[in-house]
Write a protein that binds this ligand. Structure first.
Ligand SMILES: [Zn+2]
Ligand SMILES: [Zn+2]
Length: 284
């Protein structure tokens, strides 16, 4: 019955983070989605970061991979348990660093992912979204905030060029600690080039409400970028970016509203069809 009007069009393909920076049992995320009548759900746990660039909360690399193995097994089991209630997908949120491309593609080859969320959280080797201090440090290393944003979008295009991304995570995350979107001619040019690359690589934008609880207080992508994306014909989907079961579906009303304002009429779902994953347009 997935996709039928009575199921509504609630989906999320970015969330279910529990290993490093979240809490809870994956089954509780699934049950929360079932209760809300989700039409589809994807788990996108963070890829263990390359050993040279560990996340702040990440255990040793070996331990991180052992935990990741368990994550994959659990999602595969939940898919079977809940097959009549919710189309569930096994995903991953990858981490892109220009000098770790091989690490990324090797890691992806280890598991049977249904889809990949492609994200950039590092610029100049610094995890800029971790805290204000690291954000400022990354900007300093880049030679200012405009350069920080330009370098960020260069990384996003590097990620897209690998051709592994299905859902492009929180497009303008680089604004996270900025009271207003970082602007300037070079930044606007970098944003345009990145949207063009997103179109070229046929990815779906993750419209992600988690920025609303960050200093930037915006949905990613912000209204102006989302409108441009819609005008270019780039598809978009919802991401609750849940890091605990009670965050499933959080802020999706605002996310839906922002897509409507941008002119979208549908939200793109990823639904299993035999051994394939299909893109299905659900009414917004
Ligand atoms: Zn996370
Ligand atoms: Zn992310």
């Amino acid at each position: 019955m997935a996709g039928s009007p009575e199921r509504g069009s609630l989906v999320s393909y970015h969330g279910g983070h529990t290993l490093y920076d979240g809490t809870g049992r994956l089954e509780d995320f699934v049950q929360a989605a079932v209760r809300q009548g989700f039409a589809g759900l994807g788990f996108s746990e963070h890829m263990p970061a390359p050993p040279r660039y560990p996340y702040p909360d990440q255990p040793s690399w070996d331990e991180a991979v052992r935990k990741f193995d368990r994550y994959v097994d659990t999602v595969q089991e939940l898919k079977v348990t809940y097959r009549d209630e919710l189309p569930l997908l096994l995903g991953i949120e990858v981490e892109y660093l220009p000098d770790e491309e091989e690490y990324l593609t090797d890691f992806l080859a280890r598991y049977p992912f249904d889809y990949v969320v492609g994200s950039v959280h590092y610029v100049a080797g610094i995890g800029f979204d971790h805290c204000r201090e690291w954000y400022d440090e990354a900007a300093q290393k880049c030679g200012g905030y405009e350069n920080l944003a330009v370098s960020y979008y260069t990384n996003v295009r590097g990620l897209l060029a690998l051709g592994v991304t299905d859902v492009l995570g929180h497009l303008d995350l680089i604004n996270i600690f900025s009271p207003a979107p970082i602007s300037g001619d070079d930044v606007a040019e970098a944003e345009e080039a990145t949207l063009a690359a997103a179109l070229q690589w046929n990815v779906i934008l993750d419209v992600n409400g988690r920025g609303l609880i960050k200093p930037c207080k915006q949905i990613y992508p912000r209204a102006e970028l989302l409108r441009k994306a819609r005008e270019m014909g780039i598809p978009a989907t919802f991401g609750d970016d849940s890091h605990a079961p009670d965050q499933v579906g959080a802020r999706l009303d605002e996310v839906r509203a922002s897509m409507r304002v941008a002119g979208y009429q549908t939200v793109t779902a990823l639904l299993p069809d035999g051994h394939q994953i299909q893109r299905v347009e659900l009414p917004l």
